[in-house]
Structure formats: C-alpha cells, structure tokens
Write a protein that binds this ligand. Structure first.
Ligand SMILES: Cc1ncc(COP(=O)(O)O)c(C=O)c1O
Length: 375
C-alpha cells in the first residue's frame, strides 16, 4: 500500500488539458483566465466581487491592509494555520486570541463578552475550521450590535453552506478568503482568493495586488502612478486555468468527501474516537478531525502518530495553538486562558480525507487506528 496522506489533490486529464491550452496561449501571467476564474468563484459563492491572488496568505495580507489600521485589536482563534493571525501582525494590528467552542471554531459567545468589556476592539477574524462555517446568525448579531469588521477565513470551507448562506458570500462579513493549496478542496497549486460585496474594498484590493499601481485614461500611454505601497500578489493564467477546471468538479469532490465522512462516522460510533462534530450538511469537510482521550489509554499521542506513520498512514494535527508559538510568546502572547483549546490540542488529530481516498484505503485507516487504540 502507498503512503496515505491526510489530504491530496485530484488532478484529471481535463485539468491537464486546460493548463496545456493556456501554456500554448499568449498569456502565462495575467490574462483572460484570471477574470474567468474570479467570475466563476463569485458566481459559485454568490459574492459580488472576487480577487484571485498568489496564495491564501497573500489573500489574508491584502484583506488586512484594506480592513485594518495599525494598532487595531482583532479577535481571532488560536486554532488555525499561522497565516490567519500573522496577517493581522503584518499590518501592525493586534491579534486578541479567544478560546474555541466545541466545534473547533472561535467561540463567538466569548467574542461577544470581549466586545462588551472592550469597546476598542475593531474586528473579528474567524476561521471556518475544517469546513464548518461560523454561525452566521451570531456573526450578524456581532456586526450589527458592535459595528465590528468581520473577515471569514474560509480557506477550509469553499462549498460549505450554513442556513442557506454560502461560504464566501460575505452575507454577514466584510470579506472572506480562500486557499487553493493542493490539500484544499480545489487546487491551483499555490493560490488564493478574496470575496467581498463592497465595490470600494474590491477596487482597493485590485490596486494592492499589483504594486499599488494605477493607470487611468487621462494619463499618457506609458504612465502609471503608484499611490500606495502594494505587492505583487498576482496569480497566473496557468493557475487560473487549473482553477476554472477544478471548480467545475467541486460539487463532486465535496460529495465524495461526504461519503468518506459518513463511513468514518459510522465506524467510530460508540467508540473512544469522537468526531469533532457530526455531519449535518453544513461543513464541506476539508478535514476529518477526531478527538481521543489519551488519558484513558496505554498509548500516547506521539506513539500513535509514530505507529500510524510507520504503517503508511499520514495522520496530522490541526492545529498547534498559534498564540503559544515561540514568535508569539516573544511578543507577549501565550498566557491567554483557553481551556477548550488546551484540551482539544491534547486530544485532536486529523484522519485522511480527500476525494481520491479509496474505500479500501479508508477501511485500512479505520481498522489500523482501532486496532492500535484497542491495544
Ligand atoms: C485556515 C487557513 N488560513 C490561511 C491559510 C493560508 O493559505 P495558503 O497556504 O494558500 O497561503 C491556510 C493554509 O493552510 C489555512 O489553513
């Protein structure tokens, strides 16, 4: 049996053909495929505007440049990839880490408590962890009652729906971002996107993606003006050709993920392996996260990881608490009271989850895991 990773892309002949066609076209960098991909994404998630960029981290950076000011306090989660809170630091703003709820997402009730206590908090950066969207009625309430800026990091959640609100539609937020890294639902190799319903924010993002450069019809033909300090966060036509092709197949990718979830859920029913939450049609399941109380077992989590990896099963951990990373500790973080995150970190791991995972491979993962845990 080949090594079974926790996540993996699915590239088919039509994807390859789409990239080759673009390779043979006049445009390799910014050409017609970028706009085609952006339009297809906006339509898919029912957002008015979309800006595709070089990766999800660049998406977060550009969003933060537009949404935040230096010194702004931003509520965010310790349970994410580093990029979420790093993007707050990039622009000189200040992450405020809030504990997670039972589903692994930032606890929005605790966010409200923080907002009540501290009127200087300006924004909330939540992550739809593992594909499970933030509770939209609560986001709506926080936005309306406290006037905060909200960014949804939907890097895990393209295709997710919550009470008819689609991930990326920004119905209850100012912006949303996606990542198209190969372990995500659809890939452009590296790649990311920002969606918003605000024309003003959209136009700012476009300028910042391309060095802060502006060209207008009043200028001389060769002229451009740099009015802000921007970046080269452009995505290529090659990547977008792949993205357009992959996006067409996203519904089938997600359907296959649901099948995998159902099989895992059934296998772990009434066992020591507790799924982080149970499939209810909302999550788009980027990850299948489980929790195990290792204090009840004769095996440690390190031992479990090592044995499974020897047996060619690449389980992973999502995530180490960001606020306890050395860099964050050096700048004064790490002592936040986050009892849920602490327990979660002790107990969690992610099992292989990707459309190409075969039934046989999944059976092998389940059997191997249960045999080890049952001693
Ligand atoms: C929640 C979250 N946000 C942001 C990112 C950054 O995306 P990228 O790797 O495309 O820069 C990731 C990537 O893993 C992520 O999981």
């Amino acid at each position: 049996m080949n090594f079974i990773p926790y996540g993996k892309q699915l590239i088919e002949q039509d994807d390859i053909d789409a990239v080759v066609q673009t390779l043979q076209s006049d445009y390799l960098t910014t050409g017609p495929k970028v706009k085609e991909f952006e339009d297809a994404l906006s339509e898919y998630c029912s957002a008015t505007y979309c800006v595709a960029v070089s990766n999800g981290t660049a998406a977060l950076h550009l969003a933060s440049l537009v949404l935040l000011n230096k010194g702004d306090k931003v509520l965010t989660t310790p349970n994410s990839f580093l990029a979420t809170s790093n993007s707050i630091l990039y622009v000189g703003a200040q992450p405020v880490f809030v504990d997670i709820a039972e589903d692994g997402n930032i606890d929005l009730d605790l966010c409200e408590e923080a907002l009540k206590k501290d009127a200087s908090i300006k924004a909330l950066y939540g992550v739809a962890f593992s594909g499970n969207m933030l509770k939209q009625e609560k986001l709506n309430h926080l936005k309306k009652s406290y006037g905060i800026t909200i960014l949804e990091d939907n890097a895990h959640a393209i295709g997710a729906v919550y009470n008819n609100v689609k991930a990326g539609s920004c119905v209850n937020s100012d912006m949303s971002i996606f990542s198209f890294h190969p372990v995500k639902h659809l890939t452009t190799a590296e790649g990311g996107a920002i969606t918003t319903n605000s024309k003003e924010l959209y136009e700012k993002l476009l300028v910042l993606r391309n060095h802060g450069m502006v060209k207008t019809t009043e200028m001389k033909p060769w002229e451009y003006e740099m009015r802000e300090l921007g970046f080269n966060y452009r995505i290529t036509d090659l990547q977008c050709a792949l993205g357009v092709s992959q996006l067409k197949k996203l519904p089938s990718f997600i359907e296959r993920r649901f099948e995998i979830v159902k099989k895992y859920d059934t296998a772990f029913k009434n066992t020591i392996v507790k799924p982080l939450y149970t499939f209810d049609g909302k999550s788009s399941y980027h990850l299948y996260v489980v929790q195990v109380d290792f204090t009840q077992l004769n095996i440690t989590k390190v031992e479990l990881f090592n044995i499974l990896r020897e047996k060619k099963i690449g389980i992973q951990l999502h995530y180490m608490p960001i606020n306890k990373q050395p860099y964050y500790k050096n700048i004064g973080y790490g002592n936040e009271v986050t009892p849920n995150m602490d327990i979660y970190y002790e107990e969690c791991f992610s099992l292989p989850m990707y459309p190409l995972l075969s039934d046989e491979e999944q059976d092998y993962v389940i059997k191997t895991l249960m045999d080890i845990l049952n001693g």
